[in-house]
Design a binder for this molecule. Structure first.
Ligand SMILES: Nc1ncnc2c1ncn2[C@@H]1O[C@H](COP(=O)(O)OP(=O)(O)O)[C@@H](O)[C@H]1O
Ligand SMILES: [Mg+2]
Length: 194
C-alpha cells in the first residue's frame, strides 16, 4: 500500500473532489497544500494582477517533509496543482488528473474563474504543463494519469484505488492523453490559442 499520495493537475480537473473521497475511503489525512501554505504564510508574494497569493514551493515542501516524517505510517493525501511544493523523495505515488479542454473550460466557468484565468489554465492543460512538471520531479515510474472528463466521481475513485493498491491499468500510464495533438488533428487549436 502506498502511503504518501499526491493528487495533482490543472485547477478544475477534480483534485479536491477525488482527494476527499480517497481520504474518506482510506481513512487518510487530507492536506490541501495551497491552504496549508497560506495558513503557515509560506508565500513568496501576492500576485496583484491575478488576485492570488503565490506560494513558496521550497518552504512548502520543507513543511510537508516535516509533516510526513512525523506522521509515522499514516496515509497522507496531498492535493496540489504545484507538484514542486511536495518533497519528491518521500512521495509514494502521484496521480495527475486530466480533463478535456472543452469540459475544463466549462468547469472553470462554473467555478466563477475570470476569462483570463480560464484561458491560462485551459492552455496549461492542453500543453500538459502539470504532467511534464511532475515527470521531471518524480520520474515516470511513480506517475499515473486519470482522465476525469467523462468519469463519474465514484469511478475516478475506483481507478485511483486500483493505482494506489498497485493494481493499475495500462491505460493510466502517462503519455496516453494528448489534447494538443487531438485539437491539431481536429483543426480546433484556434479555439484556445491565437
Ligand atoms: N471525476 C469527476 N468527474 C466529473 N466531474 C468532476 C469530477 N471530479 C470533479 N468534478 C467536477 O469538477 C469541478 C472541479 O472539481 P474540483 O475537485 O474542485 O477540482 P480541483 O480541486 O482540481 O480544482 C467540480 O464542479 C466537480 O463537481
Ligand atoms: Mg481544489
Amino acid at each position: 500500500m502506498k502511503n504518501v499520495i499526491v493528487i495533482t493537475g490543472t485547477p478544475g480537473t477534480g483534485k479536491t473532489t477525488l482527494s476527499k473521497l480517497l481520504s474518506k475511503e482510506l481513512k487518510a489525512h487530507y492536506i490541501d497544500v495551497g491552504k496549508l501554505a497560506i495558513e503557515k504564510k509560506l508565500l513568496i508574494r501576492e500576485d496583484l494582477k491575478r488576485k492570488t497569493m503565490v506560494i513558496d514551493p521550497e518552504k512548502t515542501s520543507l513543511v510537508l517533509q516535516h509533516i510526513i516524517q512525523t506522521s509515522k505510517n499514516k496515509t497522507l493525501i496531498l492535493d496540489t496543482h504545484i507538484p514542486e511544493s511536495v518533497p519528491s523523495k518521500l512521495v509514494s505515488v502521484v496521480i495527475v488528473l486530466r480533463t478535456d479542454p472543452y469540459v475544463l473550460k466549462k468547469r472553470l466557468m462554473d467555478k466563477g474563474f475570470n476569462e483570463k484565468k480560464i484561458k491560462e489554465n485551459v492552455q496549461a492543460e492542453i500543453l500538459g504543463n502539470c504532467l511534464s512538471e511532475a515527470i521531471i520531479l518524480f520520474g515516470l515510474e511513480r506517475i499515473w494519469e486519470i482522465n476525469t472528463s467523462y468519469l463519474e466521481e465514484k469511478d475516478a475513485l475506483k481507478t485511483a484505488l486500483k493505482i494506489i493498491s498497485e493494481k493499475p491499468r495500462e491505460k493510466n500510464r502517462p503519455g496516453k492523453i494528448d489534447w494538443l495533438g487531438k485539437l491539431y488533428d481536429e483543426k480546433r487549436l484556434s479555439d484556445f490559442f491565437e
